[in-house]
Design a protein around this ligand. Structure first.
Ligand SMILES: Cc1cc2nc3c(=O)[nH]c(=O)nc-3n(C[C@H](O)[C@H](O)[C@H](O)COP(=O)(O)OP(=O)(O)OC[C@H]3O[C@@H](n4cnc5c(N)ncnc54)[C@H](O)[C@@H]3O)c2cc1C
Length: 499
């Protein structure tokens, strides 16, 4: 990519929608090359899903955010925005919590046998032998696929509850692709073989052991980025929604904004860099997009997310960054923010982030905050991690559209919208995660923004080619030469769908 410099070819009248990682990266990269823009952010805080929420002096993430990337430009940018004194290098530890015991993640045979005990391990073995004799009827579903490889007993213990929590549908309605991607070709038999013949493990890729983390959470990065963008002379308008994109044949010409109190204004545009959900973008065009594009937009779905942050005595925490909860409670994962950064906790206390995967408007989403805090306390106590009376205070943060869902037909819908935008409003540039309806982490979201800015200066990068691999990103795959072809250290795109 081109070096930073003042550039007389800088595009004018650029509006950036969203002050999350993608939007702020676009604004900053533009500013580095002498351009200016107006960033319009609907929320009161910057960082989007990568914000750090702050309540009564406690800082916590929307799910812990690891800074890990194989994209050199992104890594350099992180370190340009924050100094070395702002970064911590953190060890990664995450385990499964089930029935009062911790199990390694991913599951290791020896550790599992130790945790389950000999009798239960034997029963799991028998269950596996049985499933080899009488195979599940439908192995195209998540349930059938996993049960056929691990037996029903292990499936019920370690796979079913968590997966159903994440996607909010029965495991019989989730496609096997999700399991195939996460578990690859592992089975109980292969796990046994791996355990007894350690030299055969060589082709099993390892989990990322360390990652960087800003000492005050990911929001620190985006708060600082906002300051830099302002220093460059661009504007950041908070609490302001882009509600309409006006177009003429072949281009967008203006965006309508709405601020608190219903104050409306219009900005003329030569370019719009949009990190707002692609599904919403396609529906605010004026004149409206054709019916098929609107239908495609309405057919894109999301899984939403809420965090209940509870302050507890430090010794009630755990060394893991997070643990997966495979018990029959509603909570799916628990972060210990004290394990992410000692600077985010204080006075002998730590902050636990209880994560609930929800749908906007469902029972949990609409529950009063105090009831959610009470639920969080009850659940922590029910699984035996923290007693209710040990919780000093609690806060709730809801995050709509946390996960773009890859369901059946989603790719065609995205393609329909993308094709229409490219043909009819080529000066509207989708970037980021929901902006492209793609399971992008910060780094890939930022890369799409960096490439888009290059395109504003006349380059011709295909931003849609970023993060197209379907590899299991939790694994550290070998360097393949090209940034967009390697994993980033988090879960991969998924395909939950009705079977
Ligand atoms: C639980 C969880 C854990 C994660 N962990 C990691 C991790 O460990 N590492 C990692 O790198 N990534 C992680 N991610 C992914 C990361 O959060 C996203 O990749 C990143 O925030 C996407 O950036 P973005 O700018 O594209 O979108 P967003 O963060 O969604 O920001 C978009 C912004 O646009 C604004 N907006 C939307 N509509 C409008 C409108 N009409 N007008 C004005 N503004 C609008 C929104 O308010 C928002 O601020 C995680 C995500 C989740 C859900």
């Amino acid at each position: 990519m081109a070096a930073a410099s003042d550039d007389s070819r800088a595009p004018e009248n650029v509006v950036v929608i969203g002050a999350g990682p993608a939007g702020l990266t676009a604004a900053y990269a533009l500013g580095r090359r002498g351009g200016h823009c107006i960033v319009v952010e609907a929320d009161t805080v910057v960082g989007g899903i990568s914000r750090t929420a702050e309540r009564e002096g406690w800082r916590f993430d929307i799910g812990g955010h690891r800074f890990f990337t194989k994209v050199r430009e992104v890594e350099e940018l992180w370190h340009e925005i924050l100094g070395p004194e702002d970064f911590l290098l953190r060890p990664r530890l995450s385990r499964i919590y089930h029935d009062g015991k911790f199990f390694d993640y991913p599951i290791q045979l020896g550790n599992a046998v130790k945790g389950l005990g000999l009798v239960e391990s034997f029963k799991c073995g028998v269950s596996y032998v049985w499933v080899r004799i009488k195979r599940p009827k439908n192995t195209d579903t998540f349930e059938g696929w996993v049960a056929s490889r691990f037996g029903w007993r292990l499936y019920n213990k370690f796979f079913k509850t968590y997966t159903e929590k994440v996607w909010g549908v029965p495991a019989t309605e989730i496609q096997a692709d999700w399991a195939a991607q996460r578990i690859k070709n592992l089975s109980l038999w292969k796990a046994v073989l791996n355990a007894v013949t350690p030299h055969k493990k060589t082709n099993v890729t390892s989990l990322i052991e360390e990652f960087e983390y800003p000492k005050l959470g990911p929001g620190m990065m985006w708060e600082r980025a906002t300051e830099l963008v302002l220093d460059q002379g661009s504007e950041v308008r908070m609490s302001t929604w882009v509600t309409r994109i006006r177009r003429e044949p072949g281009r967008a010409v203006a965006v309508d904004l709405e601020s608190p109190g219903g104050v409306c204004s219009e900005l003329p545009v030569d370019h719009v860099v949009s990190s707002m959900p692609l599904a919403e973008l396609a529906l605010i065009l004026d004149p409206p997009a054709p019916e098929d594009v609107q239908q495609a937009a309405k057919g894109l779905h999301f899984r939403d997310f809420l965090t209940v942050a509870l302050v507890v005595p430090k010794d009630r925490g755990f060394p893991d960054n997070w643990i997966y909860v495979h018990d029959k409670v509603k909570l799916g994962r628990i972060q210990n923010f004290g394990s992410w950064s000692p600077e985010m906790v204080k006075d002998g206390r730590t902050c636990l982030g209880l994560e609930y995967f929800v749908f906007e408007g469902d029972e949990l989403w609409t529950m009063e905050d105090q009831d959610l805090v009470a639920l969080g306390k009850r659940e922590l106590s029910a699984i035996g991690l923290v007693r209710e009376e040990d919780v000093e205070m609690g806060f709730v943060v809801r995050m709509p559209k946390a996960y773009p869902v890859y369901d059946e037909g989603y790719a065609t819908r995205v393609e329909t919208i993308r094709g229409f935008l490219a043909d009819e409003v080529p000066n509207v540039h989708p970037v980021g995660r929901n902006g492209m309806h793609r399971y992008n982490n910060q780094d890939h979201s930022m890369l799409t923004a960096l490439l888009t800015v290059e395109n504003l200066f006349g380059e011709d990068y295909d931003t849609w080619s970023v993060n197209v691999e379907a590899d299991y990103h939790e694994e550290q795959v070998g360097r393949k030469g090209e940034a967009q072809r390697v994993g980033t250290g988090r879960s991969a795109p998924v395909a939950p769908t009705k079977a």
